[in-house]
Design a protein around this ligand. Structure first.
Ligand code: HEM
Length: 413
């Protein structure tokens, strides 16, 4: 088993596990309860208890709404006139600033158009070999001789933050500070003051980097953002800080969890592992099925802008609406045997990346990062298996879900 003294050198300056409270929640399986509530009705009003206790309803606000059905979630995300993203202005806006996540049209369309070109799959190709593969290989180098490793602690937890740092063109010496701020910002709900302090530290740090890039642009995302122009508009410094801060929770937390969930699915069903190991062209369906089966982000939010009705349920103007992506992705009205991970299932559509105008901007990057990580692990470790002497790992969490460790053994090289 891995221990802190054997943890990889690339992350040695900072052990992210110091910040364990980030790795959220102990709920192992919220899905039976979600099935039960969806069978009652795909849309519920009032507080819901999925195992962590129900939030106390504010009597001065419209009753909150929770959506459990696939079609109903898609209907909400399609109708962004009725269902607004401004709901994120509260907690998230306070630490991130005004980001595209909380904007409605037309502001959202213009702001997204400015940042979107950097995230097209064609543009990402330049990062695949020289950047993502390099990061993953370095992490693997640190344990390959040992014959065992914890793939969460030693690979998945570290690689997305390092990839983002390199995409932003940050100097290597700054990585451990950057990763610490990224995790502290992401875990703001667990520790508000620490999260706010990290947000301010990042702003000050990015201010210096942006000045340098204006003077001497490079081949990196920050240089792209300071130069971009759409329909005569450019991004203000404040908009750039906010976008960069959003990338941390949006791009780091999610990708590490998604890769861990896919690995867990493969490691606990050998036939699925063997299928992908022997035929890497199956990767797209293996990854999408992992996002359907265990989306790392299980809930997103909207706010009703007017009185409306969904699945026959009345929704009051101003009501906050929780869209349970996890429940939608396991809707038995859409999927056969929905609780099973099966990369060969016929219906592959899912809402793990959201849907509609706010659909995940980083989805091509996430897919590529995870593919490179899995392929590199396959190529270098061979047919690794779960460590028979370690506790069997499992997925945990509520709003964010993933395994906390993945102890594996392999033939040492
Ligand atoms: C498997 C990994 C990922 C998952 C499951 C995921 C999931 C999501 C979801 C569900 C949304 C929609 C939020 C909403 O509508 O309220 C979203 C939006 C977003 N994601 Fe991702 N994400 C992932 C990776 C990434 C990466 C790698 C980046 C960038 C580095 C990224 C950047 C964004 C941004 C900027 C938005 C906001 C888009 C907008 O509002 O127009 N995500 N993501």
């Amino acid at each position: 088993m891995a221990s802190s003294d054997t943890a990889n050198t690339a992350a040695a300056a900072f052990d992210p596990y110091e910040l364990k409270d980030v790795v959220s929640g102990s709920i192992r399986d919220p899905y039976p309860k979600m099935h039960e509530l969806r069978r009652e009705c795909p849309v519920h009003t009032g507080p819901i208890d999925l195992g962590e206790g129900a939030d106390i309803a504010d009597p001065n606000r419209p009753a909150p709404v929770t959506v459990f059905g696939f079609d109903e979630v898609v209907q909400v995300l399609r109708d962004n006139g009725t269902y607004s993203s401004s709901v994120y202005e509260g907690v998230m806006g306070m630490v991130m600033g005004r980001t595209i996540l909380q904007m409605d049209e037309p502001d959202h369309r213009i702001a997204r158009a400015m940042v979107a070109p950097s995230f097209r799959s064609k543009v990402l190709e330049r990062w695949e070999e020289e950047l993502v593969a390099v990061v993953v290989n370095e992490l693997i180098d640190s344990f390959i001789d040992r014959g065992h490793a914890d793939l969460v602690r030693e690979v998945t937890f570290n690689f997305p933050a390092q990839v983002i740092a390199r995409i932003l063109g940050l100097p290597r010496a700054d990585y451990s500070n950057f990763q610490r701020w990224a995790i502290e910002l992401t875990s703001v709900a667990a520790n508000w003051e620490r999260g706010v302090a990290a947000s301010e530290a990042l702003r000050a740090y990015f201010a210096g980097v942006m000045e340098e890039r204006r003077a001497a642009p490079g081949d990196d995302l920050i240089s792209d953002l300071v130069r971009v122009e759409v329909e005569g508009s450019t991004l203000s410094d404040e908009e750039i800080y906010s976008f960069l801060r959003l990338l941390l929770p949006a791009g780091v937390e999610t990708t590490y969890r998604a890769t861990g969930n896919l690995l867990l699915a493969l490691l606990t069903d050998r036939s699925q592992f063997d299928a992908l190991y022997n035929d890497r062209t199956l990767y797209p369906q293996a990854f999408e099925e992992a996002l359907r089966w265990e989306p790392p982000v299980t809930v997103i939010l909207r706010r009703a802008m007017r009185d409306t009705t969904l699945a026959g349920v009345h929704i009051e103007a101003g009501a906050d609406i929780a869209l349970l992506l996890g429940a939608a992705n396991r809707d038995e009205r859409k999927y056969t045997d929905p609780d099973r991970y099966d990369m060969f299932r016929e219906i592959r559509q899912h809402v793990g990346f959201g849907f509609g105008v706010h659909v995940c901007l980083g989805m091509h990057l996430a897919r590529m990062e995870s593919r490179v990580a899995i392929n590199t692990l396959f190529d270098r470790l061979g047919e690794f298996t779960l460590d028979p002497d370690a506790e069997v790992p499992h997925i945990a969490g509520m709003a964010f879900r993933s395994p906390l460790s993945l102890p594996v053994v392999f033939a040492a090289r």
